[in-house]
Ligand binder design. Structure first.
Ligand code: M6R
Length: 609
């Protein structure tokens, strides 16, 4: 969470930083701030979004500066707690993404040493710690930063400007992403590549416990223990167009509509329809392990966890390998039973989610092979896994995940089919048909998207419903969870997803004539059972909204409202049934005048535990 941008070069630092912060707002948007060096340290900061900060910044001549957009962890979002933070003598300004876990102990020591704090953040404690270490050590400022960072536990991506070093930008990381953009006589630091792509395509990814000191002539990376490191310069494959709205009112709607293209990109070169096989080059280094694995574990969070659940049904159903899916946050702290014989798949859109990264590290420490299913190329998770399959969905900027979910499920489907082919767990004809059906998915999604207006009308009926229930079975149970999550996170309507049969073990008590119940009831192997569950809802006067397939009269006759999706194999149905749920959530949220791209309290990249 939180976005950082720093700039040193020949342009207006304020312009570069403010523009960059707007692109990073998906990481947090409750307050924002900027500092530049102009004789001394000049700071502007405010509660609210970057647009509010923009109005405060009048002098834009400085060519060294940094900024921050915040997702509050310690201390409420207000002007004082907004970053940048300084020490007592205001000699430098520091922005931070992450959590200083021992801030309380450090703060008590610093208070005893006479430091006075303006706000409640852990970051301000770090600023005072650096100041104190510098005061006591009396040496180079950059060494004081290193020594201070050695004293902290927790995570940080930081950038610092100092009034005595008008030609230097300092930055360091542990746990929170940070990269250096390398331009022509100009340099950038940023939490991801989006703020810098219009200036340079060359980046250096900082690794944990590394610090960079950037001057107008170059940069030098050392560890925080002062050991020099030679870093590779990577070429970005990201365009400006990809991170703009392209005529859509919101990123979320754009990303929903990008799904046919995103899935086609994900399948390209991997789904070999004519050869009836799947080729996932990224898994070759671990293929031996994967083929003999007695079980596969999956760890992820949020929507990615939902796609992991679909993955469980797919891999168990098609490749007949037992799968366990864990919330990454739970996996880490429960001394997981995982070892050298096991394979862990971690799924993450951002590739930076702290809990997922911690699960990955825990599994690797225990000797397991770890595979990543990641969207952001070059992200920490992508770099730390043993092997992986990028989902190639393109940048996902709306906080609510949409195209990443379907692309993740697409990759998991390909993994399941590849394993099924190699382990010969499926009849050849079914495998062939599934490969053909997967190839047809992008066109079928386009078909559903073309009926967006129908779903917008449906949304009008339920805009002010206070609760929703989502029910599904088998492959569509995780879709019920995902539909409920999508609705609650962007419209703030309370929604729950359940396996349809579980309804009668409790949630059925909630059903009355006011309760919308979304049922995922395609013509699949559990259709008869779903029909019985729908009857149960109907008997209690629940308002049934069915996502079904054309001609499924048993469902159509019971539903008050229905949206149809094209027929496909049961195993592929989540790729279609989720689409109307994404659109329904979007339209309800818009009707309720919610900020769909930046819902309250959320952030796109959850880099704190
Ligand atoms: O970047 P990740 O896929 O690791 O993120 C995991 C979750 O934070 C994310 O899916 C979150 O639940 C989304 N807001 C859901 O729309």
């Amino acid at each position: 969470m939180c976005g950082i941008v720093g700039y040193i070069g020949h342009r207006s630092a304020a312009d570069v930083v403010l523009k960059g912060l707007k692109r990073l707002e998906y990481r947090g948007y409750d307050s924002a701030g900027l500092a530049h060096i102009d004789g001394g340290v000049v700071i502007a900061k405010t509660k609210g979004k970057v647009a509010a900060l923009d109005k405060l910044v009048t002098d834009r001549t400085a060519t060294l500066g940094l900024g921050h957009t915040r997702w509050a962890t310690h201390g409420e979002p207000n002007d004082v707690n907004a970053h940048p933070h300084t020490g007592g003598d205001r000699a430098f300004a520091l922005v931070h993404n992450g959590i200083i876990e021992n801030y309380d102990v450090l703060k008590r020591q610093l208070l005893a040493q006479g430091h006075v704090f303006d706000g409640e953040t852990d970051t301000e404690v770090l600023a005072h710690l650096i100041e104190e270490v510098h005061r006591v050590s009396g040496g180079e400022f950059e060494n004081a930063v290193r020594m201070a960072l050695q004293q902290v536990t927790g995570t940080f991506g930081i950038a610092i400007v100092h009034r005595d070093f008008p030609d230097t930008l300092f930055a360091a990381r542990r746990g929170s992403p940070l990269l250096v953009g390398v331009g022509e006589h100009e340099f950038f630091v940023a939490s991801d590549a989006s703020p810098i792509i219009e200036y340079t395509q060359h980046v250096v990814y900082l690794d944990d416990d590394e610090m960079v000191v950037i001057t107008r002539n170059g940069y030098e990376v050392k560890t925080i223990r002062n050991v020099p490191i030679t870093k590779a310069v990577h070429q970005l494959a990201l365009s400006l167009e990809q991170i703009e709205k392209g005529g859509y009112p919101h990123f979320m709607l754009k990303e929903i509509h990008e799904q046919p293209r995103a899935i086609a990109d994900c399948l390209r070169g991997r789904l070999l329809v004519d050869e009836h096989r799947i080729q996932l080059g990224g898994l070759e280094p671990v293929m031996d392990k994967l083929l003999v694995a007695k079980r596969i574990c999956i760890a992820a969070c949020g929507t990615s966890w939902h796609s992991g659940l679909v993955g469980e049904y797919l891999i168990e159903g098609l490749a007949r390998i037992p799968v366990e899916v864990a919330y990454a946050s739970e996996f880490r702290y429960n001394d997981p039973l995982i070892g050298p014989e096991d394979v862990l798949i971690v799924i993450s859109q951002s590739g930076e989610t702290a809990d997922t990264l911690a699960a990955l590290r825990e599994a690797k420490a225990k000797g397991a092979t770890v595979i990543g299913v990641v969207n952001v190329v070059g992200s920490t998770i992508a770099r730390e896994t043993d092997a992986g399959v990028y989902i190639h969905a393109g940048p996902e900027i709306g906080v609510a995940s949409t195209k990443a979910f379907t692309a993740q499920v697409t990759v998991l489907t390909m993994i399941a089919l590849m394993l099924a082919e190699r382990k010969k767990t499926l009849p050849a004809a079914r495998l062939k048909q599934l490969i053909r059906d997967l190839h047809d998915i992008p066109a079928k999604i386009a078909d559903i998207l073309a009926r967006d207006a129908e779903i917008a009308e449906l949304a009008k009926v339920f805009t002010y419903a206070p609760n929703f229930l989502y029910l599904g079975r088998s492959y569509n149970f995780p879709v019920a969870l995902e539909g409920a999550l999508k609705l609650k996170e962007i419209s703030y309507i309370h929604a729950e997803g359940y396996p349809a049969a579980e309804m009668k073990h409790g949630p059925i008590a909630l059903i009355d004539q006011h309760m919308p119940v979304v049922v995922l009831a395609t013509s699949d192997h559990v259709n008869d059972k779903m029909v019985s569950n729908i009857e149960e809802v109907r008997a209690r006067k629940g308002r049934i909204i069915a996502v079904t397939t054309p001609g499924n009269d048993a469902v159509l006759n019971l539903a008050e409202f229905a949206v149809t999706v094209p027929e496909t194999d049961d195993a592929l149905s989540p790729l279609l049934t989720v689409i109307p749920l994404q659109l329904l959530s979007y339209h309800i949220a818009i009707n309720r005048k919610c900020d769909v791209d930046q819902p309250r309290n959320l952030a796109k990249s959850v880099t704190v535990e």
